[in-house]
Design a protein around this ligand. Structure first.
Ligand SMILES: [Zn+2]
Ligand SMILES: [Zn+2]
Length: 331
């Protein structure tokens, strides 16, 4: 998921030095991270099999062209793109592809969360695990229902977008999401941008918002672990201030923390890094690239994910990192 939600409380609201805008992706607003060199790792991306813009092969191509050697395709609630890429791989892929998913868990009973959600990444899940696929299929059915109700609400508002929805929604295993509706609203001339559509119409509290139903955070973590994956708490810069919650999630099986996130400022990254070390969580990182208004290369230029993150993720999955060419010097 991407886009901005309505303004919320800053993370330092109580002390008055808010560093982020309280938007969907917890963009922090301090000094940006300055990449010491071009990043060869990206462990968080989306394709058109969920709410991204690029088809899976185009995403891999763009990432490889930008110098990425290890890429996680982490579509929401689907491994369809990963399976397609592996099936097409008679020739080796241009990079090491790590199967992954992102589950937008519904955090009922946990307050002060954007849209009441915690996003859990599952890095290295088995893309051919039947039980996990059945779980994801239920999630996708929930998404399809929510999508339909949002379209109905937009029609009732006189903002029908049916003629502007992309065809790829019909590809088997595609997980529908709000950005597709937001892009259709832009195409139909009902919104100036995806962010504008999210902010005015689709975010919680707005006229076309529909409550999500699906896995809770503990269930999402358990399902990912059962499928052999590393459960990671995604883009949650409030972690330091909400240690009880993080520890509770660790009790449920959480093992990783997204530290190097594109929308985190340098101070937040440092803080998250220290927290991951303190709690012995595996640090991960990625662009969360979706493709609205930017190419992959543009997104990639603003991230830095240390190669060590990929090495630690592979080690924690019990997988050999031998395929990662990080022993070679930077070009
Ligand atoms: Zn997310
Ligand atoms: Zn994401």
């Amino acid at each position: 998921m991407t886009g901005s939600g309505p303004d919320g409380e800053g993370r330092r609201g109580a002390t008055g030095s808010s560093r982020y805008r309280g938007t969907a992706y917890r963009a922090t607003t301090g000094a940006p991270v300055v990449p010491p060199h071009s990043s060869r790792v990206d462990l968080h991306t989306h394709s058109s099999r969920s709410d991204g813009v690029l088809e899976p092969p185009a995403l891999v191509e763009a990432a490889a062209a930008a110098g990425v050697k290890c890429l996680a395709l982490a579509d929401h609630d689907t491994l369809a793109g990963v399976r397609e890429l592996f099936a097409a791989g008679e020739r080796p892929l241009a990079l090491e592809l790590l199967p992954a998913v992102e589950i937008n868990s519904v955090a009922t009973g946990i307050d002060r969360l954007w849209e009441g959600e915690l996003h859990i990444l599952g890095l290295g899940v088995d893309p051919f695990d039947d039980a996990f696929e059945a779980t994801l299929e239920r999630q996708r059915q929930g998404r399809a229902h929510r999508f339909e109700v949002m379209l109905e609400q937009l029609r009732a508002l006189g903002l029908g977008v049916d003629a502007y929805l992309p065809d790829e929604g019909t590809v088997v295993g595609t997980a529908l999401g709000r950005p597709k509706i937001a892009r259709a609203l832009v195409a139909a001339g009902h919104a100036a941008s995806v962010d504008d559509a999210m902010r005015r119409l689709l975010a919680r509290g707005r006229p076309a918002y529909v409550q999500r139903h699906g896995l809770g955070p503990r269930e999402a973590i358990a399902a990912i672990a059962a499928a052999g994956g590393l459960p990671v708490l995604a883009h949650f810069p409030d972690a330091r201030d909400r240690m009880d919650l993080v520890r509770e999630l660790m009790g449920a099986g959480l093992r990783g923390l997204e530290v190097h996130y594109r929308r985190f400022d340098a101070e937040t990254v440092a803080e998250m890094e220290a927290l991951a070390t303190e709690l012995r969580l595996v640090p991960t990182g990625g662009s969360d690239y979706h493709g609205d208004g930017e190419t992959y290369a543009q997104a990639h230029a603003t991230i830095f994910v240390p190669e060590e993150d990929a090495t630690l993720v592979f080690a924690s999955l019990g997988r050999s990192a031998a395929g990662l060419p990080f022993d070679q010097p930077m070009p």
